[in-house]
Design a protein around this ligand. Structure first.
Ligand code: 3PG
Ligand code: MG
Length: 398
């Protein structure tokens, strides 16, 4: 991975003292119908950068998007007000919310932090309008990109300002994500094992193709595994699958084989006749799936074999549960994988909403090497793309 300026280094060198620091965080949290925050991981993950800036004696501005509002049209539900309050609680100080901030005209003193209202309300943000970018850059001495969840977007506050600000740096959260990604995918300790699971091959085909060039074992799960079972000539009954992508699945299997790597195909599965929590579960050989069967999990023999491979891995990348782990009868595979990752001495990185839910369910947070805060951004990394944030920060460090 290319070099980038770390905000932590700027702070340690005293370069942030008395400076105007603009932090782009990803405070895009889920809310209920009354606007109450239902899950605040991203706000908590953004606190270290803000504290770092305050401790360094900077005048701190923080902004984020919330949802996907229409530019130039303020609606109360798009406001960062609930986020300002939660952030204030976490920081133990008041966080003033500033509206209409693009042209400046608001005061922020060294040692103070203000939250700048939803940046996606600014006209030109989404398309990274150059005039807007110029104004954003003029607001600060140091720009800090700390929004990994939005690092795959080239918008005004995630990209344009990184070009126009006097200094553009990576905040501690973004830097940690960059370091973990480099450790897992650029210089992995081998064997490198990836678990890619989910309902559809189509949504993760580019990830599978990209990882097929790099990993030693590509474990597939969920509907994706069903399509791979079809490609391996197995019957899957009425399980979720994409028969028109069997050719692509076969190509991935062949590409892996040609490199001496493999896509382990399940040898046993857990099936049911209906998709329901109380549907009777039957373990059967992968060669014995009936026409009216639904495959809802990998079987115990497959889970044990995969667990063994995970325990012997040097590096593990995990995206997606391998079965319907929300239903107790079909959680065995995902639970076994989670426990194997927890017990493995491999460096592991995990990301994606369902994966995080599984990690929480099995309580293995502390045993995963790195849990990404990115959804779409994490998936684009797995696709082998260079995220706009990484590209611009590397260029500004040159
Ligand atoms: C997310 O929730 O994945 C990020 O905050 C990015 O949001 P976006 O998909 O609206 O750009
Ligand atoms: Mg979103």
């Amino acid at each position: 991975m290319s070099a980038f300026i770390r905000f932590s280094d700027l702070c340690a060198n005293g370069q942030a003292k008395g400076r105007r620091v603009f932090i782009r965080a990803d405070l895009n949290v889920p809310q209920d119908d009354d606007g109450r925050i239902t899950e605040d991981t991203r706000i908590r993950a953004s606190v270290p950068a803000i504290r770092m800036a305050l401790d360094a004696g900077a005048a701190v501005m923080v902004t984020s998007h919330l949802g996907r509002p229409t530019e130039g049209q303020f609606k109360p539900e798009d406001s960062l007000a609930p986020v300002a309050q939660r952030l204030g609680e976490l920081l133990g100080r008041e966080v003033r919310l500033v509206s209409n901030w693009v042209d400046g005209g608001f005061a922020v003193a060294p040692g103070e932090v203000v939250l700048l209202e939803n940046c996606r309300l600014n006209v030109g943000e989404k398309k990274n309008n150059p005039e807007l970018a110029k104004k954003l850059g003029a607001l600060c001495d140091i720009f800090v990109h700390d929004a990994f969840g939005t690092a795959h977007r080239a918008e005004g506050t995630t990209y344009g300002i990184a070009e126009t600000a006097p200094i553009a740096s990576a905040g501690p959260l973004l830097a940690a994500e960059m370091d973990a990604i480099a450790k897992a995918l650029a210089q992995p300790k081998r064997p490198l094992v990836a678990i890619v699971a989910g309902s559809k091959v189509s949504t993760k085909l580019t990830i599978l193709q990209s990882l097929a060039k790099n990993v030693d074992q590509l474990i597939v799960g969920g509907g994706i595994a069903n399509t791979f079972m079809l490609a391996a000539g197995l019957k899957i009954g009425k399980s979720l699958a994409e028969p028109d992508l069997v050719g692509e699945a076969r190509a991935v299997i062949e590409a892996m084989k040609a490199r001496g790597a493999e896509v382990p195909i399940p040898t046993d599965v857990v099936t049911a006749k209906t998709f329901a929590a109380d549907a009777p579960a039957t373990v059967k050989k992968a060669t014995e799936v009936a026409d009216d069967d639904l495959i809802l999990d990998i079987g115990p023999e497959t889970a044990a074999k995969l667990a063994d491979q995970l325990k012997r891995a040097g590096t593990i990348v995990w995206n997606g549960p391998v079965g319907v782990f929300e239903f107790a009868a079909f959680e065995g595979g995902t639970k076994a994988i989670a426990q194997a990752i927890a017990e493995s001495s491999a460096f592991s990185i995990a990301g994606g909403g369902d994966t995080l839910a599984a990690i929480a369910k099995y309580g293995i947070e502390k045993d995963v090497g790195y849990i990404s805060t990115g959804g779409g951004a994490f998936l684009e990394v797995l696709e082998g793309k260079t995220l706009p944030a990484f590209e611009v920060l590397a260029r500004r460090a040159a």
